[in-house]
Design a protein around this ligand. Structure first.
Ligand code: FAD
Length: 414
C-alpha cells in the first residue's frame, strides 16, 4: 500500500487525502493546527469562479485556466462529501459593479464579459455548474437597477451567473468526511520544517510538535519534540507555507510571487435580510456575499489587506482584537458603504461578527491597484513534481476538487 504524506489540511490537502484514500493509499494528513480546515479554506468568500473576475486579462488565459474546475466544483465535492453542495450556493446571480475609479470602463468590461460568457457556453460541462450556465450571459443593469443597488460612485453594472458557497459549511462537512475515512490519519499540531528525498526512496518529512516549536537552549530542539517520518510520496499543500518547504525538497521557486494576508467580516444576522450579492470591480474594492439571507461575507480590500510581501514566507499578524477590531469593522462598513449604501443594514442586524480570512499566494508581482500588475491574472497555478515530492499551488478554492481529482489520478491511477 502506498504511504502518502500530505502537508497541510486545507481544502486542497483534505480533498486530495479523500481522493487518494479512495484509491487505496494509506494517507497521513499533517497540519500545525488542531483541526483540519482551520485557516484560509474556512474563511474566504467561496466564489466559484467562471472567469468574470479577471476582467483585465484580455488574453482570457485566466478564464480558460479556472473555468473547467469551477464548472465541476459542486459535482466533485458533492461526491466526496456525499451531500448536495449546490444546495448551499448563493441563490442569485452576482451583481458586478464598476466603480468610477475602476481600472476598466463598463464598455471594456462588457466586451470582456461577453467573451467569458462565450467560453462558458461552449464548455461541455456548462450544465454541471452550481446552476446550469449553458446559456451564460452578462446582462447590463438598467439605470434604475443600478440606482437601486449602488451609490453614484458606480458607473456601470452587470448581472453575471456566478455563485458562491458558504465556506464554513463546506469546511465542517469536509472535516466530517476526513474523520470518517479510515485510510486517512490526521496528525495535528505538527509544524513542517523540511521535506527531503530519502536515500531509501520516498521523502522524509521533518517538523516540530506543537508547544515545542520554540528552540531549546542550544538552538536545537530536544529529540522527543521533533517529528520525522518517511513516506513513499509527499504532497506539499501548505499554501502560505509552501515555498519554504519546496526549497528544502530541492524545488526552485517561480520567478516572482506575491503573498498577501487578507481579513474580512463573516456576519450572521439575527433576522433574514433579502439583499443581493454584489462585487465592485476592477481594482482595490470589495464585495458582499449573501449565502442564505442570514450569513454574509463583507470585504473592503484596502482595509482587509493587512500584509503583503515577496519573501519566501509572509509574517501573518493575527486578526485584530479590542479597539483595533472595532476600527476594522468600521473601516469595512465605511469603505463598502460608499459604494453599497445598504451594507450598514447587515452590520446593524448582526448577531455575530467574526473578523477572519487568510492567505493569498500568487505568481507575479505588483498590487491590484496597478493596471500592469500580474495579480490581475491567475493562469499559472497547479502541480510541480520532482521524484516522489509533489508541490501544489492551489491558486483558487473553486478549482481545488478538480485539481485534487486529476492529481490523484496521476499519482495512483483513476
Ligand atoms: C479573503 C479571501 C477570499 C478568497 N476568496 C476566494 C474566492 O471567492 N474563490 C476562490 O476560488 N478562492 C478564494 N480565495 C483563495 C482560496 O481561499 C485559497 O486559494 C484556498 O483556500 C487555499 O486552500 P489551501 O488548502 O491550499 O490552503 P489553506 O486552507 O491555507 O490550507 C493550508 C494548511 O497548511 C497549514 N500550514 C501552513 N504552513 C504549515 C507548516 N509549516 N506546517 C504545518 N502546517 C502548515 C495551515 O495550517 C493550513 O491548514 C480567497 C482567499 C482569501 C484570503
Amino acid at each position: 500500500m502506498t504511504r502518502v504524506g500530505i502537508l497541510g489540511a486545507g481544502i486542497m490537502g483534505s480533498c486530495l487525502a479523500l481522493e487518494l484514500a479512495r484509491r487505496g493509499a494509506d494517507v497521513t494528513l499533517i497540519d500545525r493546527n488542531e483541526h483540519v480546515l482551520s485557516e484560509t479554506s474556512r474563511f474566504n468568500e467561496g466564489k466559484i469562479h467562471l472567469g468574470y473576475l479577471y476582467g483585465l486579462d484580455a488574453t482570457l488565459a485566466t478564464a480558460r485556466h479556472i473555468l473547467p474546475g469551477g464548472l465541476v466544483f459542486a459535482d466533485l465535492l458533492s461526491d466526496l462529501l456525499a451531500c448536495d453542495v449546490a444546495a448551499q450556493a448563493t441563490r442569485h446571480d452576482d451583481v458586478y459593479l464598476v466603480d468610477r475609479e475602476s481600472l476598466a470602463s463598463p464598455e471594456a468590461l462588457a466586451a470582456q464579459f461577453a467573451a467569458v460568457s462565450g467560453l462558458i457556453r461552449e464548455h461541455p460541462d456548462a450544465a454541471r455548474y452550481l446552476v446550469d450556465v449553458s446559456r451564460a450571459a452578462a446582462t447590463p443593469l438598467t439605470r434604475a437597477e443600478l440606482d437601486a443597488v449602488a451609490s453614484d460612485r458606480i458607473v456601470g453594472g452587470f448581472r453575471v451567473p456566478e455563485r458562491s458557497v458558504n465556506t464554513a459549511w463546506v469546511a465542517d462537512r469536509l472535516a466530517d468526511a476526513v474523520a470518517a475515512e479510515g485510510r486517512v490519519t490526521f496528525l495535528p499540531g505538527v509544524t513542517i520544517t523540511a521535506a527531503r528525498p530519502d536515500e531509501r526512496g520516498g521523502v522524509r518529512v521533518e517538523g516540530l510538535r506543537a508547544e515545542q516549536d520554540a528552540e531549546g537552549s542550544e538552538g536545537v530542539p530536544p529529540e522527543g519534540e521533533r517529528f520525522a517520518e518517511r513516506f513513499d510520496l509527499v504532497v506539499n499543500a501548505l499554501w502560505g507555507g509552501r515555498l519554504a518547504i519546496d526549497l528544502t525538497a530541492g524545488l526552485t521557486p517561480p520567478a516572482g510571487w506575491t503573498h498577501r494576508l487578507r481579513y474580512c467580516l463573516f456576519v450572521r444576522t439575527a433576522t433574514p435580510l433579502d439583499l443581493p450579492s454584489a462585487i465592485v470591480v476592477v481594482g482595490p474594492f470589495g464585495d458582499v456575499k449573501n449565502y442564505n439571507d442570514r450569513d454574509f461575507y463583507l470585504s473592503w480590500y484596502p482595509v482587509g489587506l493587512v500584509a503583503q510581501g515577496n519573501d519566501v514566507l509572509l509574517a501573518a499578524p493575527p486578526p485584530p482584537v479590542g479597539e483595533a477590531r472595532e476600527r476594522f469593522i468600521a473601516g469595512v462598513r465605511q469603505g463598502l458603504g460608499a459604494a453599497l449604501p445598504w451594507v450598514g443594514q447587515i452590520l446593524d442586524a448582526a448577531e455575530s461578527v467574526t473578523v477572519a480570512g487568510g492567505h493569498v499566494f500568487a505568481e507575479g508581482r505588483g498590487t491590484i491597484g496597478e493596471l500592469a500588475s500580474d495579480l490581475h491574472r491567475r493562469d499559472r497555478f497547479g502541480v510541480t513534481r520532482v521524484g516522489d515530492y509533489v508541490s501544489v499551488d492551489t491558486g483558487k478554492y473553486s478549482t481545488t476538487p478538480w485539481v485534487a481529482r486529476r492529481l490523484a489520478d496521476d499519482l495512483l491511477g483513476g
